[in-house]
Ligand binder design. Structure first.
Ligand code: AMP
Ligand code: MG
Length: 490
């Protein structure tokens, strides 16, 4: 017990009726200890820069319970691998409350791996160290790349044994994000035919995240448009960087279009359209190339769930704009990656040929984009060397360089290679969270050595910088990396 609560938290989700959640206390792990604390992020909430101790630590570890600050498991549903599952909800994560940042914006504080809830089904309510590290690294990598994502304040390990394919140790992640509301929240109330709750949920989403929508002709339609736009931005960012989420179920889709619920995700090494990071996704439903159409499928499922609030033809009309919006944002991101500011005839062929070439050769995507960004420093050879068919690579490169000669600046002068490449190095990372790098950090952490996590975070925070002492971290995957199997088991 304690005299004063060690943290300022609001609890606006508690204002919803009981059907929205269950109050559940965290079940602490044995001998919890910090693995890492995100001091920079903590400062945004006025929290200590160093790993908290004392009562704050005990509270964050789920070891202090306060009746004034109840924690809750959210109820939601969702389509998993295309099949509707009404039984979902926070099965191992609890919403502790909301933290306010310096601008007064509220961010959920969520404890993932906090024990059983009414929605745990067959699960044990726990998360293992391995998957907790993967989520922490994945989300911080996204922050460094400027891609919308949930974040984390920190994570801690324990001596509690948790069984997956083998015995592992339990851990928890302190996740932060402006919302934990998923497409599946809307689906739940729609399929339960609780349309008053559906409306209340939509009204709160407008109040909390898009208040200006209230002043439009059709606030619910505006809400749907915002969710589509945020999703489009996220998907375009994933496709441009070569990220595959791995489990794009509707319960893993944030309404704010943030990369959410990191499971068997992967950043591609060799470019491969059919890349499937999740070893249990046998059909490849959630492969890299499928993500744009799966996001559309998920948005359609959301649109259907919103049908008591929005006329059918308006939902359809919004969905029809998806492809065009995605195409425009994706090509603008690719244009930036290639250092092109103008939109000229023949550009889409240039892009298509590049992707075909990369896909045929399974060329390392990050290295390729970075070496194009270093033409000013290192010349053509590093680009050509990435391909077996050098003649084909040279042909494309020549075409690309000719295209670059058409780039004119404000004074009517051709943009120099130096200027272009400098700008390209701000959008094409040198460092990416390769699976094998995460695995090395996990293997060390499982032995109690967390130093590799810190090193990766330092690099991934500034992935566009040179960090000349860390060139090893750009190495291609070693042969053993082929045996890393990532599944939903976490
Ligand atoms: P995920 O595949 O992590 O998106 O989880 C899908 C659903 O299963 C969510 O409702 C989770 O809360 C739940 N879940 C996943 N792992 C566990 C676990 N170990 N114990 C209880 N529930 C879980
Ligand atoms: Mg999930």
């Amino acid at each position: 017990m304690f005299m004063s609560f060690p943290l300022t938290l609001s609890h606006r989700y508690l204002d919803f009726p009981d059907a929205f959640y269950s109050q559940v206390n965290p079940q602490p792990l044995a001998n919890s200890r910090w693995v890492t604390w995100n001091g920079e992020h903590a400062k945004e909430f006025g929290l200590p820069e160093h790993p908290p101790s004392g009562e704050l630590k005990h509270y964050l570890f789920g070891e202090l319970i306060s009746s004034k600050h109840p924690s809750l498991a959210m109820k939601y549903a969702g389509h998993q691998f295309g099949v509707y599952n009404p039984e979902l909800g926070d099965g191992r994560g609890l919403l502790l409350g909301e933290l306010s940042d310096q601008h007064g914006v509220k961010h959920d504080l969520h404890l993932k791996g906090a024990g059983l809830t009414p929605y745990s089904r067959m699960g044990d309510g726990r998360a293992v160290l391995r998957s907790t590290i993967r989520e922490y690294l994945g989300s911080e990598a996204m922050v460094g790349l400027g891609i919308p994502t949930t974040r984390a304040l920190g994570m801690f390990a324990s001596d509690t044994v948790v069984y997956r394919e083998k015995s592992e140790f339990g851990a928890m992640l302190l996740r932060t994000t402006q919302t934990h509301i998923r497409f599946g929240h809307f689906e739940h109330f729609f399929y339960q035919q609780q349309h008053d709750h559906l409306k209340l949920l939509a009204d709160k989403c407008i109040d909390w995240y898009w208040p200006q929508a209230k002043h439009t002709n059709h606030p619910y339609l505006t809400l749907f448009q915002h969710i589509i736009d945020a999703t489009v931005e996220m998907i375009a960012s994933w496709q441009a960087i070569g990220f595959t989420h791995g489990v794009m179920n509707t319960d893993n889709m944030s309404i704010l279009g943030q990369t959410f619920d990191y499971g068997p995700y992967g950043f591609m090494d060799g470019y491969d359209n059919n890349y499937i990071p999740n070893h249990s996704d046998y059909q490849g439903r959630y492969s890299f190339k499928m993500q744009p159409s799966i996001a559309f499928w998920n948005l359609s499922a959301l649109g259907y769930a919103l049908s008591p609030l929005i006329e059918h033809h308006l939902i359809e009309a919004e969905l029809e704009r998806y492809q065009t919006k995605l195409g425009a944002i994706f090509s603008s991101k690719m244009r930036q990656k290639l250092g092109l500011t103008l939109c000229l005839e023949g550009d889409s062929e240039l892009f298509d040929e590049m992707f075909n070439l990369l896909n045929q050769h399974h060329t390392d995507y990050t290295r390729f984009m970075r070496s194009l960004s270093e033409l000013d420093l290192l010349g053509e050879q590093p680009v050509i060397d990435l391909f077996v068919d050098r003649a084909k690579a040279r042909e494309w490169l020549t075409r690309y360089q000719r295209r670059c000669e058409n780039e004119i600046n404000g004074e009517g002068k051709v943009i120099t290679t130096d200027t272009r490449c400098h700008a390209m190095r701000q959008v094409n990372p040198k460092y990416i969270l390769r699976n094998y790098l995460a695995q090395i950090a996990i293997d060390k952490a499982e032995q109690g050595d967390y130093s590799e996590i810190d090193t990766l975070i330092m690099l991934l925070k500034k992935p566009f910088d040179e960090h000349p002492d860390y060139n090893d971290y750009t190495d291609l995957p070693p042969p053993w990396a082929q045996d890393i199997e990532i599944s939903c088991s976490s």
